[in-house]
Design a protein around this ligand. Structure first.
Ligand code: AP5
Length: 215
């Protein structure tokens, strides 16, 4: 099964992707996580991307499309995958379509999560992420079982560098200007499922599973 989790920064894409991995046994492909890993390794691509990420701007399409081409060709993607944070522009979506056509596969569902911007700011300001595996928690809404320790891999939980009010504002602006048009793009293709992301984590997960099973 090939899935995509779509929505604004901080809407809950990464949180829900982790439950989809557990249920369907397919890998999550998060372009944000791949870029953060490249920054950690001080690679040329990572250092270039960092300039954009620190300002809350989108990394150029050519870089992102290159990353996805490489990642989708890996063996673990043969049984399916969950795209998280990609595509984020119409050219990225068109490149994905071309690539999937070449691979002879299709997107089964695009799960669109919606939450008002005011709620997103509250979610991002309490977010803690695992330094090792990138899993997301929230100090109030989705706390880790042991304070400061990842439920999935025991990694240390930290605050992401771009989770500050100024960068969050830029990320939301980039989302509305460049990414939101993808909602209509996928709706027109008949693969979009709309999920109310304002409910608690478990209820959102439940709705996503029901929507996938129904399809
Ligand atoms: P990326 O890492 O993809 O960040 P993002 O899209 O901004 O998304 P987030 O990771 O912030 O949010 P999320 O939706 O996963 O929310 P989460 O589940 O953590 O990208 C970072 C940067 O990389 C971009 O700004 C850009 O520069 C670059 N980039 C990445 N991909 C790119 C691309 N394709 N093209 C160009 N540039 C790219 O949840 C948020 C918080 O809310 C957590 O604390 C969580 O515990 C909590 N929460 C989740 N669900 C609920 C709920 N139902 N109720 C209450 N709290 C909840």
């Amino acid at each position: 099964m090939n899935l995509m989790v779509f929505g604004a920064p901080g809407v809950g894409k990464g949180t829900q992707a982790k439950f989809l991995i557990e249920k369907y046994g397919i890998p999550q492909i998060s372009t944000g996580d791949i870029l953060r890993e490249a920054i950690k390794k001080n690679s040329k691509m990572g250092l270039e991307a960092k300039k954009y990420m620190d300002e809350g701007k989108l990394v150029p399409d050519s870089t992102i499309i290159g990353i996805i081409k490489e990642r989708l060709s890996e063996d673990d993607c043969k049984k399916g995958f969950i795209l998280d944070g990609f595509p984020r522009t119409i050219p990225q979506a068109e490149a994905l379509e071309e690539l999937m056509n070449e691979m002879g596969i299709k997107l089964d569902k695009v799960i669109s999560l919606s939450v008002p911007d005011s709620m997103i700011v509250e979610r991002i300001s309490g977010r803690r992420v695992c330094k090792e595996c990138g899993a997301s928690f929230h100090v109030k809404f989705n706390p880790a079982k042991v304070d400061g320790v990842c439920d999935y891999c025991d990694g240390e939980l930290i605050i992401r560098k771009d989770d500050n009010p100024q960068t969050v504002k830029s990320r939301l602006e980039a989302y509305h200007a460049q990414t939101a048009p993808l909602f209509e793009f996928y709706k027109n293709k008949g693969v979009l499922v709309e999920i109310d992301g304002t409910k608690d984590v478990k209820s959102v997960t439940q709705e996503i599973f029901e929507a996938i099973e129904k399809a």
